[in-house]
Design a protein around this ligand. Structure first.
Ligand code: ACO
Length: 325
């Protein structure tokens, strides 16, 4: 088996910023409520002309530049997203075309906020077995297109963006362990009820706003804390690494209070976690991808560091990954 690592990272955030005070003008909320309950101050919104694959393209180009690779070097593209450009073809295929990555095999992964870890885990196995040499893993979302902008309990939480990582064989370090979990019995806690075969689009589904995110936030909060803690402990056990040996944890950015509660259970303070939720909110699959990129670019991750990625999301699904940088 080959050793697999991240050899390049990239990101793209749409220019338009929606602040908490902007939201105060459209729904019954306050900057104070959003900040204290979630840690979010602002989020980005894609332009009307920007679909998920457009965001993904910019992040992918950034990551390939960082990895010093050309699009033709990419043999596998996985896009993690719950907001694809359309039901089919896969957003990964649309990205392949706009990127000019003619030699790549392409597909999407729908594992919500854990999507980036699921995609990394799949790409790692293809490369480790020598099937493909270089893989482009992208987390990209336009959650603003499935947000109910009249529902204050959800519209303050989400944002748009894309992050990307290039995976390839490395001489030292790399991905030490990945851990994935799922529990479909809790799917009703977080879903977009219409638009699929269960509730195809109709005037009724649109009038009832069933094409938007429906979330039981309070119940989800507790499950999120437990699953993220469990995933972190399980992946570290698998890797034979103690939590004290981890230099930085990059958690899914759903809520600062969730991250603090996971930290408390793991015996860690918040400064052990990378946080950018204040600027971007929850970007589902894109959150971890963007956070990993920013942590590298800001020098929070240095060569030789041990990094833990940790996420949960709709499904429910969860996952964690230990990478030696
Ligand atoms: N502004 C002001 N008040 C609000 C707002 C708002 N934006 N939203 C809700 N409230 C009110 C509620 O109506 C409620 O009022 P009441 O007490 O009069 O009934 C009160 O605030 C408390 O509501 P709760 O839902 O209990 O608030 P909570 O502290 O649980 O925070 C939150 C809500 C932020 C959603 C939290 O539960 C959370 O973060 N949950 C997890 C969300 C999550 O992780 N989602 C994962 C998404 S991942 C993916 O796959 C996309």
């Amino acid at each position: 088996m080959k050793r697999v690592g991240v050899i390049g990272v990239g990101k793209y955030l749409p220019k338009k910023i929606l602040s908490n005070s902007d939201l105060e003008k459209t729904v019954d909320t306050s900057d104070e409520w959003i900040t204290t309950r979630t840690g979010i101050k602002e989020r980005r919104l894609a332009a009307k002309t920007e679909a998920t694959s457009d965001l993904a393209l910019k992040a992918a180009k950034d990551a390939l530049l960082d990895a010093k690779l050309n699009p033709s070097d990419v043999e596998l593209i996985i896009v993690a997203t719950v907001t694809p450009d359309m039901q089919f073809p896969a957003t990964a295929c649309l990205l392949q075309n706009s990127l000019g990555a003619k030699n790549a095999v392409c597909f999407d992964v729908a594992a919500a906020c854990a999507g980036f870890i699921y995609a990394i885990s799949i790409a790692q196995q293809f490369i480790a077995r020598g099937v493909y040499k270089n893989a482009l893993v992208v987390g990209a979302e336009t959650l603003s297109t499935i947000t109910d902008w009249q529902d204050r309990s959800t519209c303050v939480l989400f944002g748009d963006g894309a992050g990307a990582a290039v995976l390839s064989e490395v001489k030292s370090g790399g991905i030490i362990s990945t851990y994935l979990g799922s529990d479909g019995s809790m799917s009703e806690l977080l879903m977009v009820p219409a638009g699929g075969s269960r509730n195809p689009a109709s005037y009724k589904t649109i009038d009832s706003r069933l094409h938007c995110i429906k979330m039981r936030g309070n119940e989800l909060f507790k499950v999120a804390v437990n699953t993220m803690t469990h995933a972190a402990e399980a992946v570290l056990k698998q890797a034979g690494i103690k939590i004290s040996e981890v230099n930085l944890i990059i958690p899914h950015q759903a809520n600062t209070r969730i991250i603090a509660a996971v930290g408390k259970k793991l015996g860690l303070s918040l400064d052990k976690f990378y946080l950018n939720i204040e600027r971007y909110g929850n970007m589902s699959s894109a959150s971890l991808a963007v956070a990993l990129c920013e942590a590298v670019k800001e020098g929070r991750i240095k060569k030789g560091d041990t990094v833990l990625l940790d996420a949960f999301g709709a499904g429910l699904v969860w996952g964690a990954c230990v990478i030696k940088w």
